[in-house]
Design a protein around this ligand. Structure first.
Ligand SMILES: NC(=O)c1ccc[n+]([C@@H]2O[C@H](COP(=O)([O-])OP(=O)(O)OC[C@H]3O[C@@H](n4cnc5c(N)ncnc54)[C@H](OP(=O)(O)O)[C@@H]3O)[C@@H](O)[C@H]2O)c1
Length: 321
């Protein structure tokens, strides 16, 4: 996580498990917001979905799917997975080079996608993005409001501007997306919206005040909107991923082998249950499931896909007992 709230991944590039283990348990230094564009999720293997996309008419055949924050990580994996199941995907993010690359990868695999540069903090850009996706693909059947940043700092060390940026991206950005998506869904009297919250909404860390607050806000927006628009056939749910191996948590520049070693040590220390991080494709599969027709009675829910991390912790006995 870019937030120590989900992963205690340290911002340090020292991936020695012996060093990082205690740091991880203690919350570590802030990885929140530190992972940059360098990794961009490009290391993830997505070949399975891609190789099937030409032949498979999937659950989302011909549907218009909008994704915010799909230039890397979970959003990128979801955009690819939706396209591989036949969706027409309009997605945004600020990094145009990565956006165009994702668009190219989807098209090369036989899918349909359009990248539109937009910053979810800017109302006019969100409105224009939503309008362009709807106009290009004929409305909006599914929206995955996923763009987000970390920001792991103790409250007294965080600037007001840093706090505001986390809220503007994670909470206000989701509000803006919903604000401009809903009119299209009201017109159609149907639609599905999934918003990325986080296991950190349920499970704070010492340095996660801004992030946890923002992801709880996402849950609040989703619950209220689910009540408001349920009668019009529109479902909204919040997805709470646990720590997921994306640029959000992976320190920039760390070699693959060191990162693999780090992850192996990190899992059992931090995720009671499955004892590992998720990968982006696993979270994307949950997004597609929630967006599909398989859950017609689910709305206003917060769905944790976190390997068991919010279920609780093991009881650890003091040494010698
Ligand atoms: N990885 C985890 O452990 C984890 C766990 C729980 C929840 N999450 C949540 O999952 C979501 C995706 O994160 P990720 O793990 O996939 O990390 P990531 O690879 O850093 O992806 C974040 C995405 O959000 C976009 N974004 C950030 N600020 C934006 C802005 N102002 N306008 C438009 N797009 C913006 C980024 O695109 P640009 O930089 O190109 O704008 C990028 O596409 C986030 O909401 C995050 O809070 C992550």
């Amino acid at each position: 996580m870019k937030t120590n709230a989900e992963t205690n991944t340290s911002s340090h590039t020292n991936a020695n498990p012996a060093v990082t283990g205690r740091r991880a348990l203690l919350g570590g230094a802030a990885a929140l917001g530190l992972a940059g564009a360098a990794f961009g999720g490009t290391a993830h293997a997505l070949g399975g979905a891609e190789s099937k996309s030409r032949s498979r008419a999937g659950r989302f055949q011909g549907k218009s799917v909008l994704v915010t924050g799909a230039t890397s990580g979970i959003g990128r994996a979801a955009a690819k997975a939706f396209a591989a199941e036949g969706a027409h995907v309009g997605f945004c993010g600020r990094r145009a080079d990565l956006g165009r690359q994702v668009e190219r990868e989807i098209r090369d695999a036989g899918g349909e996608a359009t990248y539109i540069q937009a910053d979810v903090r800017v109302a006019a850009q969100v409105q224009s993005f939503v309008d362009r996706v709807a106009s290009r693909y004929g409305g909006i059947d599914v929206a995955f409001n996923n763009a987000g940043i970390g920001g792991g700092k103790l409250p007294h060390e965080m600037s007001v501007e840093e706090w505001d940026d986390v809220q503007a991206t994670n909470a206000r950005g989701v509000f803006l997306a919903i604000k401009y998506e809903i009119p299209y869904m009201l017109g159609a009297q149907r639609g599905v919206i999934i918003c990325t919250s986080s296991s950190a909404a349920e499970q704070a860390r010492p340095n996660s005040a801004a992030y946890t607050a923002s992801k709880r806000a996402v849950q609040g927006i989703v619950k209220a909107a689910a009540l408001a628009y349920g009668p019009q056939g529109i479902r909204l749910n919040a997805l709470l991923p646990g720590t997921t191996d994306t640029a959000f948590v992976r320190p920039p520049g760390i070699p693959d082998a060191d990162w693999a070693t780090y992850k192996q040590a990190w899992g059992p220390l931090n995720v009671d249950g499955l004892e590992r991080m998720a990968d982006a494709e696993e979270i994307a599969r949950a997004v597609l499931g929630l967006a599909s027709d398989d859950f017609p009675y689910m709305t206003g829910a917060s769905v944790a896909v976190d390997g068991g991390s919010t279920a609780g912790r093991k009881m650890v006995q003091p040494r010698g007992n």
